[in-house]
Design a protein around this ligand. Structure first.
Ligand code: PCA
Length: 322
C-alpha cells in the first residue's frame, strides 16, 4: 500500500514537473518559409529547444498563418502570443523611432545598415520595452529596389502610377514620388499586379523572386534605397517569468540569429538578383538622374522624420554620424 502510494506520488509529481517546466510558446511570423528571416526563425526555435533540453518549445507560425502581420505587434504586446516577428517599418505610426528603418538613402550598404541598427537599437529597444516587448534580434532584408512594367530613367516615368506601400514611410515616399500609394501585403502582390491594383513596387530581390515577379513585371532598377529589417520580440512578462538560465539560452540564440542574418543577407541579395535576371527580368543600374531625384526625396524624409519627434531621432542620427 505504502509502496503503491509512493509510486503514485512519484508519477504525479513527475507529471507536474513536466507540465510546469516544459512550455510551448507561439511565434507568429509575417513571411513565408522561403524567406531568410523565416529560415532563421526556425533555426532560432530549434536551438532554444535543444539548449533547454526540450523545456521551451517555440512553435513558429510562418506566413501570417496564425496572426495577420499588422496584428502581430498587438498580439505580442498583450501576451496573446509570447513571441513574434514584425517588419519594423509597419510600427512607424506607433513611434517615429521605428521609421529609422524605411528612410531612403540613410543606409544603403550592409555595413552602413549594421551601423544604423547599432545607432537606432537603444531607442528601439526602449520604445519596445515601453510597449511591453523585449527585443531579441533583427534580420535585414536585401536592399530595396524598384520593380516596374517598363524601363525607368527618371521619376517622370513613374508619375501617376499606383505604387505598392508596406509601411507609413513607404506611403509617404510614394506620394513624394508623385505616385499613389496602395498598401499590399506580400502574399497578395501577384494578384494585386495582375488585377491592376498596383503598377510598381520597391522591395527586395528576394520578395520579387518569391512572388515570381517575372510573371507580371519586366524591369528591376537597382536603386538600393534602404535596407529594412524584421525584429523578433518577446512579450516582456512571459520573458521575465522564465528562469535566468532559459532567458540566457534565448539571448544566446538571438545573438547567433542576428549575426547569421547579417552574414547571409549579403549572399541572398546576390543570389536573388541573379535569379530575377535568369527568369527574364531586365536588371539595370539606375540613371544618375533617377538617383539624384530619389536622394532629394530621401533628404526631405529625413527632415520630416526629425521634425516628428524630439530627442530620440536626433540621438539616432547623432549616433549614426559618429
Ligand atoms: N520584403 C518585404 C519587406 C521588405 C522586403 O524586402 C515586403 O516587401 O513586404
Amino acid at each position: 500500500m505504502i509502496k503503491h502510494s509512493l509510486s503514485a506520488i512519484a508519477l504525479l509529481s513527475g507529471l507536474l514537473a513536466t507540465t510546469v517546466s516544459a512550455a510551448q510558446w507561439h511565434m507568429p511570423t509575417p513571411y513565408g518559409d522561403a524567406n531568410l528571416p523565416t529560415k532563421i526563425a526556425y533555426q532560432f526555435a530549434q536551438e532554444i529547444k535543444a539548449n533547454t533540453g526540450g523545456e521551451l518549445d517555440i512553435k513558429v507560425h510562418s506566413g501570417a498563418s496564425l496572426i495577420k502581420h499588422p496584428e502581430i505587434p498587438r498580439a505580442v504586446r498583450t501576451g496573446q502570443v509570447q513571441m513574434g516577428e514584425i517588419f519594423i517599418g509597419i510600427m512607424g505610426n506607433t513611434h517615429p523611432v521605428f521609421k529609422h528603418d524605411n528612410i531612403p538613402f540613410l543606409a544603403t550598404s550592409y555595413d552602413d545598415a549594421e551601423r544604423l541598427w547599432a545607432a537606432a537599437k537603444p531607442e528601439v529597444e526602449k520604445q519596445l520595452a515601453k510597449e511591453g516587448m523585449t527585443l531579441l534580434y533583427t534580420v535585414a532584408w536585401p536592399a530595396q529596389s524598384l520593380y516596374t512594367k517598363a524601363p525607368v530613367t527618371n521619376l517622370a516615368d513613374l508619375k501617376g502610377l499606383k505604387m505598392r506601400a508596406y509601411s507609413p514611410s513607404t506611403s509617404r515616399l510614394a506620394v513624394l514620388m508623385d505616385t499613389t500609394p496602395t498598401t499590399v501585403q506580400v502574399p497578395e502582390i501577384p494578384q494585386a499586379f495582375s488585377t491592376g491594383i498596383i503598377d510598381a513596387m520597391i522591395t527586395s530581390p528576394s520578395t520579387g523572386v518569391n512572388g515570381q515577379a517575372w510573371d507580371y513585371l519586366s524591369d528591376f532598377t537597382d536603386v538600393r534605397a534602404w535596407i529594412p529589417k524584421n525584429v523578433v520580440v518577446a512579450n516582456s512578462k512571459s520573458f521575465k517569468r522564465l528562469d535566468k538560465k532559459t532567458q540566457q539560452v534565448i539571448r544566446d540564440a538571438a545573438a547567433k540569429a542576428e549575426a547569421e542574418g547579417w552574414k547571409k543577407v549579403r549572399i541572398q541579395a546576390k543570389k536573388d538578383t541573379k535569379a530575377l535576371a535568369e527568369n527574364g527580368i531586365k536588371v539595370s543600374q539606375p540613371s544618375p538622374e533617377l538617383m539624384s531625384e530619389l536622394s532629394i526625396i530621401g533628404e526631405v524624409m529625413v527632415k520630416e522624420w526629425q521634425q516628428e519627434s524630439g530627442p530620440e531621432i536626433t540621438d539616432i542620427l547623432n549616433n549614426y554620424a559618429q
